[in-house]
Design a protein around this ligand. Sequence first.
Ligand SMILES: [Zn+2]
Length: 460
Amino acid sequence: MTEKNHGHGCLSAKAGPENNVSFLTGFSADKYARLQFAEPEEVRQVQNRLFLNHLRYTLARSEFYRKKFAEQNIGADEIQSLTDLVRLPITNKSDLEDTTRFCCADQADIVDISLTSATSGSIPTMIPLTGSDLSRLACNEEVALGMAGIEKTDTLLVCAALDRCFMAGMAYFLGGAKLSATMVRAGSGSASQHWELIKRTRATAVVGVPSLMYKIGQFALEQDEDPAESPVKKLIAIGEPTRDQTLALLPISEELESMWDAKIFSTYASSEMATTFCECRARAGGHLRPELIVTEILDGEGKAVPAGEIGEVVVTPLGVTGMPLIRFRTGDLSYLIDSPCACGRKTPRLAPVIGRKNQMLKYKGTSLYPNAVLSALEGDERFHGGYVEARRHPDGTDRVILFAAMNGLGEPEGSAWITARLRAALRVVPEIRIIPPEQADAKVYQFHEKRKRITFFDQR
Ligand SMILES: [Zn+2]
C-alpha cells in the first residue's frame, strides 16, 4: 500500500484516453456567461456536448453506473444526445450510502472530502471532490452570487458552516472570493457574533438561512440598534424557501425585508448537485444553469412534466469528476417557469421548492406539506417556532399535528390567530398543540444544534 493509496476505494489510475480529464478543468464564468442570454437552440447544443462528455467520462470510470447500465442493457454508444436521457436509470439518495462505487477520480487527485448533513437516522453521504470540482464549485457560485447582484465592492458575511466537511459554506466563500467581493467567514456563530461582525466589517450582504437572519435582526433590536440602518442591503437566503408556490414572498421574507431594509434573494442547491439555482434581480425563480446541470421535472411515473406543472426535481450535474451522478433524484418538488424573465436571461427558472416528495401529507382531501404549515406562521413576532408531526389514521389518511411555541405565551385564547393564519394560507387547519419554547427548541435542534432545524417528524 502506497502512502497515497489508503483511501476510500477509488479506482486506481488507468491508462487510455478516458483518463484525460482536461476538458473538465479550467472552469470560468466568462466562458459560459453568454449562454444565459443565448437562444434555446444554441444552449441545447452546448449542453448536449457537455452531457455526452459527462456520460463518457462517468461510464468509463464509475463502478456503479457501469453495472447499472449493463443490468439495463444500455450500451454507451446508444446514447447519442440529450434526448436519450429519458432512457437512463434514475439514481436514488439511498444508492449513495456507499459512495466508493461512484468515485471516479484517482485518490491522488482528490483534494476535499465533503459530507452532506444527515437527517434523523440517515448516514451523511461522503462526496470526494477533485481540484477541478472545486474550480467548478467556485465558478458555479461566482455566477449565482453575481446573478443576485453581488459585486466586488460588496462585503459578504457567510453565515454557513465552513468546517465539519460541509460543502455549502466553502462554495459561497470560493464563489464570492472569485467575484473579488470581500468575504467574511462568520460561519456558524451566534446571532451576537454575526451582528458584531456586520458592524465591524460594514457588511453589505449576508448569506444564511432566513431563520438565522431573523435572529440576528432580533438580537440587534434587543440592543436598541436598528438592522435597517446597517449597510446590509442584500440577504441571500439558503436552506429554506423565501416564497410560496405562487412566488409571493412568505411572511418571514417580508418581515426580513422590512427588518433589514434589504432585498431577499433565494438560492436552491445541494451538495449532491454541486450547483446553485439563484434568483436574479427580477426575483422570480432560480435560473437554470445549462452549462453545469441538466434539470428534469418528473411526475410519479418518471415522465417529464411541462413547465408550470409540479414534479420532482431530477438532476444530472455536468463536469463533476470526483463523484459524477446521472439523473439524481433530489426528492424536492417544484416546477419550471419558462416565461421571459425581466432580467433578459433566456434560461427557464426553477420555482421555489414546494416540499419534499416523501413528506406530502393527505389531509382533509388536499395535499399539504409540513414546511408550508410553518412558513405560514414564521415571521410573526408572536410565533417562536415549532414542528409538525404526522401520524397515519387507520383509514389511510394522515393526522397532522402542529406543535407551536409562542413568544410571551400564556393566554389560552392565544392560538386563535394561528388558526386564522393557517386557514388563510392553507385552507385547512391541522390539530394545534401549544408547547413551551424550550420544548420546541429541544425538539427541532436535537440533531444539528443551531445549524439546521428538523421541523417535520413522520410517524406514519
Ligand atoms: Zn432573470
